[in-house]
Design a protein around this ligand. Sequence first.
Ligand SMILES: O=C(O)C(=O)C[C@]1(C(=O)O)C=C[C@@H](O)C=C1
Length: 242
Amino acid sequence: MKVGIIGFGRLGKLLTKNLSKDATTICYDINISKEEVESLGSKVGTLEEVCKSTILILCVPISAIESIADQIAPLVSKETLVVDVCSVKIHPMKILEEKLPQDTQILGTHPMFGPDSAAKSLYGCKIVLCQQRVSDERYRNIKGYLESHGLKVIEATADEHDQQIANTLILTHTIGRTLMEMNATEMEIDTKGYRRLLKILETVENDSVQLFKDMNKYNPHAKNMRTSLSSALEETLASVQS
Ligand SMILES: O=C(O)C(=O)C[C@]1(C(=O)O)C=C[C@@H](O)C=C1
C-alpha cells in the first residue's frame, strides 16, 4: 500500500513519521526539505506521483482545501481514496465531493491530536471518522488499522463533529489565544489552578493563527460558541461589579 501526503506542515510531518513505519509513503509540498522527509522514513514526490497513491492524505490548511481539490481532481486515479484531516468537517467534505470525480472515494477524518499532544505516541489519541463517500470495506480496514494502533475511533456525521468541536477545540483555542493576548505566564505567587489554566497554552501556542482563523471561519457552529462565551464572560464580569 502506498500513502501519499500533500502538505508537509506540523501535522503532515507527524503523520508521515507514524505512517512510514507501516507503509510506503510519499510526500508533496511546494517548499519541502528532502532531508527532513527522508529522516522521517519517506520520500519526496511530485503532485502527479502522490496522486497515484492508494490513499492520499490532504494535510493542508482548511482554507487551502478548495484550491488543492482543483489541482488534484484531474490527477487522482479511480483507486485512490482521498482523506482530509481538517479541524472542521462540513466544509472540506462538501468541497471534495463537489470537485473530485464521482468515482473517487472520500473519507473525512479529524485526528484530535497533533505534534504537541502526540509527540511520543498516538496510543489513546482520538480520531473522528465521517463515512460519507467510502466503501464499507475500505472504511472497515482503515478503522481497524487505527484501532490496532491504540487510537480511539469516534464515528460521527460532519455536522455532529462541527457542532461538538466548536464547543471543545475552538473554545479551548479561543481561551488559549486570549491568555496569550494577556501575556499570561508562570509567576512566583500563583496557584495550582492557574498553572492548570496555563497548560492550555501547551497545545495552542504552537498552532498557527491561520489555523485559529480557519477553524472559526469554516465551522458554521463557531459563531454560536463565540456568542455564548462572550455573554457568559460579560455576565461573570457584571456579577462582580454590582
Ligand atoms: O497537539 C497539538 O499539537 C495540537 O495542537 C492538536 C490540536 C489541539 O489543540 O489539541 C489542534 C488542532 C486539531 O485539529 C486537533 C488538536
